[in-house]
Ligand binder design. Sequence first.
Ligand SMILES: C[S@@+](CC[C@H](N)C(=O)[O-])C[C@H]1O[C@@H](n2cnc3c(N)ncnc32)[C@H](O)[C@@H]1O
Length: 313
Amino acid sequence: MPPQQTKSLDVRAALKQGIHLLREAHVPSDTLAAELLLLHVTRRDRTWLYAHPEEILDPKIMESYFTLLRRRAAGEPTQHLTGKQEFWGLEFEVTSDVLIPRPETEHLIEVALDRLAVRVLRAGRDPKLTGEGLTIVDIGTGSGCIAIALAKELPAAKLYATDISPAALAIAQHNATRLGFPNRITFLESELFSAFSSSSHQSPVTNHQSLLFDLIISNPPYIGRKEANTLPTEVRDHEPASALYGGEEGYELYGLLIPEAARHLKPSGLLVLELGHDSLPAVRPLLESPQWTNVHVTNDLAAIPRVLSAERT
Ligand SMILES: C[S@@+](CC[C@H](N)C(=O)[O-])C[C@H]1O[C@@H](n2cnc3c(N)ncnc32)[C@H](O)[C@@H]1O
């Protein structure tokens, strides 16, 4: 339990008490969470934390710290309490309207950049990959982490990012602006590719319709609703259901996304998809068609098949 009186604690003692409180509540990565919350309330960085263990903390700061610790112990994700998460070396603002970017999603960026580089080499063009001439879309952008990471890596690419959730798009747009890419990405509210479909009755005719892409990249919702009870509280009760569940089984959205992607890619265009931990057996057969070639599976650091990528014939 936190102390009733939080005055006169030094940094070391505050951290120790925070870790203890979170450990008692079985919070995963308790030390990291306590550190991040202490850094958040003190507005300091990690170097300060360990360089000034004897510094006495202001009672008001301690009060905020213990309030956040109690909320974390009750299941709120650390990132919702600090409002941020790092991805691809960039600091993203996150709220309960978007999925918190996960480290394994960085493999999507790596695979996309590798495969684009191979395409450039095959075409005998300048191997320096700037993205010039490339049109790219991130389907289900959430916080914007994938599209913004690609904007950073491919300064000349034309980028689109879609989401079914207007609230998520507002966060993504805000992240793009604050991270220095205010006009690089066109954000569109869209059910999968509806914003790019000329047969769409929902959207007025725009110049986005009938676009064909060099790269379609997506981390779609892929958890099964039937697994909801097995999820940690911080995920099930705090992250948006539309970002988590792909259907009763989990892999249903891939069945819509992959055939639509085939219609929206240029010849030799690339599809790069994140997979759920057990999605591969259901999803890989969807690419066994003459429309697709060079299908690759990339494992994450935990040896889980995480990225499925393929080339449109
Ligand atoms: C797993 S989250 C991924 C968010 C972000 N790209 C990331 O990697 O952290 C999936 C996103 O897809 C969006 N989404 C769900 N169904 C969709 C659909 N049918 N069409 C477009 N976006 C959808 C959700 O709102 C959510 O933001």
